[in-house]
Design a protein around this ligand. Sequence first.
Ligand code: NAD
Ligand code: G3P
Length: 331
Amino acid sequence: MRVAVLGAGAWGSTFASVLADAGNDVMVWGRDPAVVARIADQHRSPAVAELVVPDTVRATTDPALAMRGAELVAVAVPAQSAREILTPLAGLLEPGAVVLSLMKGIELSTGLRMSQVIVEALGVPASRVAVLSGPNLAREIAQHQPTATVIAAQDEELARRLTAVCATGWFRPYTNTDVIGVELCGAVKNVVAIGIGIAQGRGYGDNTTATLITRGLAEIARLGLALGADVETFAGLAGMGDLFATCDSPLSRNHQLGRRIGEGMDLEHALAATPGTAEGVKTARSVVELAQRIGVDMPISSAVSAVLHEGQPVDLMGELLLARPHKADGV
Ligand SMILES: NC(=O)c1ccc[n+]([C@@H]2O[C@H](COP(=O)([O-])OP(=O)(O)OC[C@H]3O[C@@H](n4cnc5c(N)ncnc54)[C@H](O)[C@@H]3O)[C@@H](O)[C@H]2O)c1
Ligand SMILES: O=P(O)(O)OC[C@H](O)CO
């Protein structure tokens, strides 16, 4: 299949390589000529040192060239920039092309999931938009470590077709029709990962980590169920799987950033010290706004947002979480 990958960062360059290894004709679009040249000419990615980009992958700074003839367009740009990047590209989408979101975030100001932003920005029907999310740290996939993921689409047949497009000997996609649940899992786990990074940077150990993972999953599920997601999604690869992979991993930018905050760094310096995009910083705000709008309690996300964006001290996070009224275990 002819595929365009929009975004030449860590995930765009790595997923483009998966697609090429799976036998597709792949062209990456990136805005930075030096990054594009490194991918196209030297077959390496500045964002992922371990990645060897297959020789067949082409790269360009011209979005029209990347999208010409593309039956599939995979989008891997920062969530908060997606609308601004995609809107001018709407006219370049081939008739009938499918769009696959690789992004994990919720748009600030609208509270929309990335597939919804894609529908609005590219003018493509929701039935032709799919999402991919799961425990997918780019550096491990670049090393061909065995990894599974989830491809979700309203139409199961589309999800099934896309699994065939990106399956390799080390990358195994599963299908799901719960687009809402899969996207919310990917977006909110970044906020939980920051919370766990903060706790670990503050010096807390495994009990706190396990508490935040488990209660983090409970609040993701609470939000998801209120928005129409399927409860089974949260126990799957996109839910529990991605929480495990990201929350406690030094490879996660969100975890790294949280840890720096927990050690006493301010947000500006933590952002500067963390390479690439830590989506959870902005998602913390958008998810809290969304949850408040629909009346869902998200204590971990709220505490993370308060520490990041309202100047609350790190220790207040523990106090905020533990001072809540006692309640039954479960969602
Ligand atoms: N890195 C991973 O392991 C991973 C895994 C799964 C999902 N994701 C998700 O994929 C998305 C992209 O993440 P990433 O890791 O590739 O981030 P990244 O920061 O490594 O790369 C983002 C790319 O987008 C480009 N970009 C930013 N603003 C732009 C603009 N206005 N116009 C054009 N290009 C612009 C940057 O130059 C960069 O090349 C995020 O939503 C992330 O959560 C990442
Ligand atoms: O580096 P992070 O924190 O963006 O995490 C990357 C992926 O989302 C892990 O699945």
